[in-house]
Write a protein of this length. Structure first.
Length: 610
């Protein structure tokens, strides 16, 4: 099955690769590729703290349940306008040209109804420049790929490559390409503007067993090209933004990709990227990212939302230029990786840019070998089968160890889906019991599980009003949706197996001012905040918000999917978890009906595609 480099399709002459062994020399080279763009670590030079970011664009996540009208009010004082990222709870906010983005982020980050706010940082490509040469795909044997290929080559799995685009005419990629999207230009042109994305795509999934060029680790997996980067003529390199990357992750999750690879960074410290990665994980997928190429301890807090990868050489030693730290989950070959290049050629590339897609390919093999495994199970097996290098156990250089495709696929085949019967735990930390509340009420929930919490639902008087899928779990509850007096709040946490654990009831006193409308002929206003028109996959949190001139407490709501009643409630908020895996492929209509106390009715609907 393996294809050998050096075939007649290779169009570059043999040249020797120049070794880069000193960090000083590396930094000279990286001067061509641009400056690091994530938050500077303690003790970094002052120049490194002059970080690059979009001057009039920021990223936010409102608390679950916050109505679009309320979010618009919050942003209006800054002149901001929000655009939703796919079916996630992430928003890109465009600010006026004269706005001070850092100041806005600081203020919104303290707002009680905003989960977090973050600058839209410019992020460098994670590659090390080196010369093209006739090489061998040493990395495939190093990770035991030929052994894994006896079982699977990745058929049935789609790997999204979030990068500079992909050469759609490259003979080693054409058989595996599927439709993608360009989030930098907001169109469907996914042509490679830098060459980097083509090399990354080939590392993960260049076509196998076709007698030309090279073999990707998962040579029968599909490649979804998602362009998130642009070419910067000043530096001669490629850059992406946090916003384009997060948009790409949510797009991949919504369009059925099981894996997203991002060879830019380091990214693991971004709250926005973590939330987008968790969104994909909630769909059963995994996000693989580069550790970075600064040759330093990045001092990033470990995260379970994604898999950061450091780079090793032919001797299973971390390269001099690979970033490291406690956030690194695994290591993989990243020096002199022979792969596809823009223009139909083949070259050797180096960087954590290539250890990352190599790992993505291994994950693709595991998912293809046992499609019943969810992302968390695949992740666990990837870690447990890695070759332990460096200090025993997880360490800052190699994480759990260097990936081992042969052992990982074997473990995936042997694995059976263990029945998880342990329910999560949940508790409401705010508001306090017996407190008096009014208007929009921030609700904070702590939840834990032996495997992982997939979502938390907030119930008010027995009705589910909002769903949050990413920790820390927090809500914005519109208390005007219930009559004045005591209201009972309960948080219910769910794991991936469907086990549910409810918090103790927190009773609060609702005290809102009331209005009397003599003759009410005005219908309520109802809006479906999620999903939006477009593709859906996995479990979709359907969210509906309604308001009325006579007060939300008199509203009754019904939710229909394809004409079938799925949920009903009273008040301003309705939430329903829709398992789209059980519906047919094609278009489906979600419809909300709201009726006020006077009988006035209004509807809202959205059409989505599975």
């Amino acid at each position: 099955m393996k294809k050998f480099a050096g075939s007649s399709s290779v169009s570059q002459p043999p040249r020797r690769v120049r070794a880069v062994t000193l960090n000083a020399a590396l930094h000279v080279l990286l001067g061509v590729t641009g400056l690091a763009c994530l938050p500077a670590q303690a003790g970094a030079p002052a120049a490194a703290k002059a970080l690059e970011y979009a001057k009039s664009r920021i990223l936010i996540a409102p608390r679950a349940g916050l109505a679009p009208a309320e979010l618009a009010k919050i942003l209006a004082s800054y002149g901001g306008k929000a655009a939703k990222m796919g079916q996630s709870n992430l928003y890109v906010v465009e600010l006026p040209a004269n706005a001070a983005a850092p100041s806005v982020v600081e203020q919104l980050g303290r707002h009680q109804h905003i989960k977090f706010a973050e600058l839209d940082r410019r992020i460098k490509v994670a590659m090390v420049p080196n010369d093209p040469y006739f090489g061998s795909e040493w990395h495939l044997n190093k990770v035991g790929a030929p052994t894994a290929w006896n079982t699977t080559q990745g058929s049935g799995v789609t790997i999204a490559v979030l990068d500079s685009g992909v050469d759609g005419a490259h003979p080693d990629l054409v058989p595996n390409l599927v439709a993608g999207y360009n989030f930098y230009d907001n169109n469907t042109n996914t042509a490679d503007v830098c060459g980097h994305g083509t090399a990354v795509a080939g590392t993960a999934a260049a076509a196998s067993n076709n007698s030309i060029g090279v073999a990707g680790v998962a040579g029968q997996a599909k490649i979804m090209p998602i362009r998130v980067a642009y070419y910067d003529a000043t530096s001669g390199s490629c850059y992406a933004y946090t916003s384009t990357i997060a948009s790409g992750i949510t797009y991949a999750a919504d369009h059925g990709a099981r894996i997203a690879n991002i060879s830019y960074g380091p990214l693991a410290g971004s709250t926005t990227i973590q939330n987008a990665a968790q969104y994909m994980k909630s769909k059963g997928g995994l996000v693989i990212v580069s550790a970075g190429n600064d040759g330093i301890n990045e001092n990033i807090t470990p995260t379970t939302t994604m898999i950061p990868v450091s780079a090793t050489d032919t001797n299973d030693v971390i390269t001099s230029w690979s970033s490291y730290g406690s956030f690194v989950a695994v290591a993989a070959p990243g020096a002199g990786i022979w792969t596809t290049s823009k223009g139909g050629i083949y070259q050797a590339w180096s960087g954590t840019s290539f250890s990352s897609p190599l790992t993505a390919g291994v994950v693709g093999l595991m998912m293809a070998a046992n499609p019943a495994l969810d992302g968390s199970q695949v992740e666990s097996l990837l870690y447990s089968t890695a070759v332990d290098l460096g200090s025993a156990g997880r360490d800052i250089y190699y994480g759990y160890g260097r990936v081992n495709a042969g052992a990982a696929v074997q473990a995936a085949v042997a694995a059976t889906s263990t029945v998880d019967t342990q329910a999560p735990t949940a508790s409401i930390s705010a508001p306090l019991a017996s407190s008096t509340v009014s208007g929009l009420v921030p609700v904070n929930v702590s939840a834990a599980d032996n495997v992982g919490v997939s979502r938390v639902e907030l119930q008010v008087n027995g009705s589910t009003v909002a769903t949050d899928t990413a920790s820390p779990f927090s809500f914005s509850w519109n208390s005007t949706g219930v009559p004045n007096g005591m209201a009972n709040l309960v948080a219910v946490a769910y794991d991936a197996a469907g086990n549910a654990g409810a918090s103790a009831t927190v009773a609060v006193n609702v005290a809102n001012s009331t209005t009397t409308v003599a003759t009410d002929t005005t219908p309520p206003v109802v809006a479906i905040t999620n999903p939006v028109a477009g593709a859906v996959s996995g479990t979709v949190a359907v969210s509906v918000n309604a308001s009325d001139n006579s007060g939300a407490a008199g509203i009754s709501q019904q939710l229909f999917i394809d004409g079938v009643l799925k949920a009903k409630t009273t008040g301003a908020m309705l939430s329903y978890n829709w398992n789209t895996r059980k519906i047919a492929l094609g278009s489906h209509t979600v419809k909300a009906v709201a009726k006020d106390a006077a009988g006035n009715t209004s509807t809202a609907s959205v059409t989505v595609t599975r």
